[in-house]
Design a protein around this ligand. Structure first.
Ligand SMILES: *Cc1c(COP(=O)(O)O)cnc(C)c1O
Length: 364
């Protein structure tokens, strides 16, 4: 085990973290109430704002994304939540909403399908909601929901706020929080940002902060008002994962050097390479045409491969991991990530490995 190379992750999170990023994280510890930490936070703020498309401060939560997904419910809803459900993560958000003791309904579509604006409008007209949850890029199915059109629908209902999970789309495709009138955008460090897990950046609109101020029992750790108050001084409510924030500063520096637009184009091109491989090998897409993710691909196991055996060959012989389906489509689909620091060369190498391993399986 020890002398072998590590298994390189092409699962849709966590993904490969570069040695340079780990090195950037390995800096001496600093106090989180001192000027060094506030300088670090101040340094990451402008690029994070640009990636989120907001003039609001970006908050740094030391948690996984679910912490902020739950927080959005607890800070912003006291009436009724509408959870847009189109896959494992968005379905679970409904469950989490109920566990927070809130009233909630599902706007549910078949897995593999997107949430559509007409359905959202009809549902909002039919109920007395104060909050909509939406997963932008449903990582389980590989569906990229039509965010701009859905946000426009929610804006027609002035009392309804919109929370968007961009965990697996953030920094891979543009997010326009302010222009689309989104109230909360949240993400996580272990997906397209190519950092280890543990940091969940998010931003909250001003009107959502006002709503939070009137919402009882927000708790402390995820209280949006605490984040707002502290961020004004480039600080966090409690001791943050400082090492990860060093890593974030490093990754943002790389993003600036590459150019944000170039980064989006790179992800699109890498995604297209995977799609092309899939069609050559006669794999069908699980996600509907026109609504496919740019940061990962979910293929159907329409060739009835032994996914367990394939997985084992990939891991043991080639030291790479893809994912063999998540939730109720485990075994029926497989997923390949093209997030993070990947290049045409590294995805080209992955494609060679996929073909060699299919040959090993007798399935090329
Ligand atoms: C990975 C993922 C999550 C969960 O993130 P955690 O870091 O495990 O909390 C939520 N939503 C989406 C869309 C994801 O891809």
């Amino acid at each position: 085990m020890r002398n072998q190379p590590h298994v390189k992750l092409y699962i849709p999170g966590p993904i490969e973290v570069s040695p340079e990023t780990f090195e950037a994280m390995s800096q001496p510890m600093i106090g989180h109430r001192g000027s060094e930490f506030s300088a670090l936070y101040e340094q990451v703020m402008p690029v994070m704002r640009e990636l989120m498309g907001t003039a609001r401060p970006v908050f740094l939560s030391t948690s996984s994304a679910w912490g902020v997904m739950e927080a959005a419910i607890r800070n912003l809803s006291s009436k009724r939540v509408l959870n847009c459900c189109c896959g494992a993560f968005s379905d679970k958000w409904h469950d989490v909403t109920l566990r927070c003791g809130r009233e909630a309904d599902r706007l549910a579509v078949e897995w593999g399908q997107p949430i559509l604006p007409g359905d959202l409008r009809r549902t909002l007209e039919g109920g007395d909601y104060d909050l909509v949850t939406l997963v932008h890029n449903e990582t389980s199915t590989g569906v990229l929901n039509p965010l701009a059109d859905l946000a426009a629908v929610v804006r027609d209902f002035p009392d309804v706020m919109l929370v968007v999970d961009t965990v697996s789309s953030f920094s891979a495709v543009p997010i326009e929080m302010d222009a689309l009138g989104i109230d909360v955008v949240l993400t996580g460090s272990q997906k397209a940002l190519a950092l280890p897990p543990g940091l969940a950046p998010f931003a909250v609109s001003e009107r959502a902060l006002e709503r939070a101020a009137d919402t009882p029992d927000r708790g402390y750790y995820f209280d949006f008002l605490e984040f707002e108050k502290n961020a004004a001084n480039f600080a966090t409510p409690s001791t943050p994962c400082i090492s990860l924030i060093y890593g974030l500063a490093h990754q943002l520096q790389r993003i600036v050097e590459e150019g944000i637009e170039n980064r989006y184009k790179r992800h699109e091109a890498l995604n297209a390479m995977i799609h092309q491989w899939g069609s050559q090998r006669k794999f069908e897409h699980f996600a509907g045409e026109g609504y496919r993710s740019k940061s990962l691909t979910t293929f159907c196991n329409n060739r009835d491969l032994d996914l367990g055996a394939w997985n084992k060959i990939l891991r043991d012989k080639y030291r790479v991991a893809i994912n063999m389906g998540y939730g109720k489509i485990k075994g029926k689909t497989f997923r390949i990530s093209n997030m993070g620091d990947e290049t045409p060369e590294s995805i080209g190498e992955l494609i060679r490995i996929l073909d060699q391993s299919l040959a090993d399986l007798g399935a090329l």
